[in-house]
Write a protein that binds this ligand. Structure first.
Ligand code: ADP
Ligand code: 5SP
Length: 481
């Protein structure tokens, strides 16, 4: 491999299922080395991971990058949003982190919304109506179910903050990830003392919010990391904000990410405040906004249906009136935290391939329903939808998104857009450039554009009909207690 033209930077994506690290040539965007290591997430009622696993996965992924990581001049960490990390006085986790897809805090989300002025108050104050994913609801759940853990907590962090702090020794976060907590006011861009007081969280336990472009710190003396002491550390951000950087998107460009979570988002100059709760009014990592909707059931749910049917994930057959709402983990969009999967329209001649296609249709329907709300009037309705995340590699996902959206779909060739976005942020620290401009210079969004096909209105209407007719069942869930 030829020598790099510019300094090397490291971008990290610590997402739900794994940590991925890229070493990138800051001059050209060429990926010089990469590594990946998995995490485990608990199953059953909750979704938890031990933060120390993320650190181990980071060190493994960096080790796979070899000498190149050691030569990096700057590093940045993007990570799964919302997770509640509680640390003791020694920086050790008090308990495993409560993850974004843990719906046990749905009652707390409902209660907090009611107690503090309703959906309009929350949307206007924080940009979002809290769903069970939001950190504030997890803190409230912990206070109710494990008060001893709350009492033991000396620091409260998000997943990407936890790793950044282990690199620098300083508690920092950024506006993008802070905006997903539910205790950051999007109007003032500061922690919201009223909300924090309401949930009994001392602001002194929270990390400092580093401004876009500001250095978070430098790598401290470390024996188990292949970084040199003094390497610059950027503030990092949430994984969706990192991918928006990694694509270098401009306001109004629509993105759909198909991973553990499904997300649809864009960048906007206007601060979002959707009182219906469908659109989360996140901040992006630059100074703009990231209106976003997120589903809990995406690639894992569809892969699970394929496994149950004993089929390869690509073995779909055109649907025939069968509807599958793949809400295996409960759902956030639509807001049905107690729901489970629901099948309707099964006949003797329904094939396994049709059932599998119905699972893809159900997953994509939820995302597309929210996309219209995410995009504001400035968005170009004919602009290609950028399709990213692990699922974007799948032909069945691509076909389903095209058929149900009726839009052209662009699939970037670059695979790890979250890690690339983090790398662009690290490169921006070195050069003083806007990280989104760095990504555009690297041409990270380049990839084939698949032409628009006629929108399958019939399937969309059928799924919407089942959702509406089954509402009482989906709201109640399977718990009869
Ligand atoms: N070729 C492929 N076709 C369809 N799905 C894929 C393919 N490769 C990976 N995936 C899916 O991508 C998912 C992982 O996506 P990723 O964006 O890395 O997830 P996350 O960042 O949420 O951990 C897996 O659940 C897997 O189902
Ligand atoms: O909760 C959200 C966004 O609000 C999720 O998008 C998480 O940020 C997890 O991301 P992945 O692990 O699926 O990338």
């Amino acid at each position: 491999m030829s020598a790099a033209e510019g300094p090397l930077v490291v971008g990290v994506d610590t997402s739900t299922q794994s940590t991925k690290a890229l070493v990138v040539d800051a001059a050209t965007g060429r990926v010089v080395a990469s590594g990946q290591a998995p995490h485990t997430v608990t199953s059953g009622a909750g979704r938890e991971s031990d933060p120390r696993q993320w650190w181990d996965a980071l060190t493994q992924a960096l080790r796979q990058c070899g000498q190149a990581a050691h030569e990096a001049a700057a590093v940045s960490i993007g990570g799964q949003q919302h997770g509640l990390v509680t640390l003791d006085a020694h920086g050790e986790p008090v308990r495993p982190a409560l993850l974004w897809n843990d719906v046990r805090s749905a009652p707390q989300a409902h209660r907090l919304t009611e107690e503090l002025g309703g959906t309009k108050f929350w949307a206007e104050r924080t940009g979002s109506v809290p769903a069970a994913s939001f950190t504030v609801t997890k803190w409230a759940w912990l206070a109710e179910h494990e008060p001893e853990a709350v009492r033991a907590a000396r620091a409260v962090r998000l997943p990407h903050d936890y790793l950044t702090e282990r690199l620098t020794g300083q508690g920092t976060t950024d506006r993008g990830d802070a905006s997903g907590t539910g205790w950051w006011a999007s109007g003032t861009e500061a922690y919201d003392e009223e909300i924090l007081a309401h949930v009994g969280l001392d602001p002194a336990l929270l990390p400092r919010v580093v401004r876009p472009g500001e250095v978070a710190g430098t790598v401290r003396e470390s024996h188990d990391l292949p970084f040199s002491k003094g390497t610059l550390v950027a503030c990092g951000t949430g994984d969706n904000a990192a991918a928006a950087l990694g694509l270098g998107i401009r306001p109004g460009t629509p993105v759909m990410s198909l991973g553990t979570s499904g997300t649809v988002y864009t960048v906007s100059r206007r601060r979002p405040a959707d009182p219906t709760g469908t659109v989360a009014g996140f901040a992006d990592a630059r100074g703009d906004w990231l209106p976003l909707a997120c589903t809990l059931n995406c690639t894992l749910a569809v892969d699970r249906v394929a496994t149950l049917l004993g089929l390869d994930r690509e073995a779909v057959q055109p649907g025939d009136g069968v509807t599958l709402l793949p809400f295996l983990d409960g759902e956030r969009t639509p807001n049905l935290p107690h729901a489970s999967g629901l099948l309707h329209g099964l006949r003797h001649d329904t094939t396994g391939g049709q059932l599998l296609q119905a699972a893809y249709d159900g997953a994509v329907h939820s995302l597309l329903g929210a996309l219209d709300r995410v995009l504001d009037e400035d968005a170009d309705p004919s602009a290609p939808l950028l399709l990213i995340g692990g699922g974007a590699r799948g032909a069945a996902w691509q076909r389903t998104v095209r058929r149900l959206s009726g839009r052209p779909v662009q699939v970037p060739e670059a695979r790890e857009l979250v890690a690339l976005g983090a790398a662009a942020q690290a490169a921006g620290l070195l050069t003083g450039e806007d990280p989104a401009a760095v990504a555009r210079r690297w041409d990270t969004a380049a990839g084939p554009v698949l032409e628009a096909v006629e929108r399958d209105e019939e399937t969309l209407a059928r799924i919407a009909g089942v959702l509406s007719d089954a509402a009482p069942l989906l709201e109640r869930g399977t718990d009869t207690a």
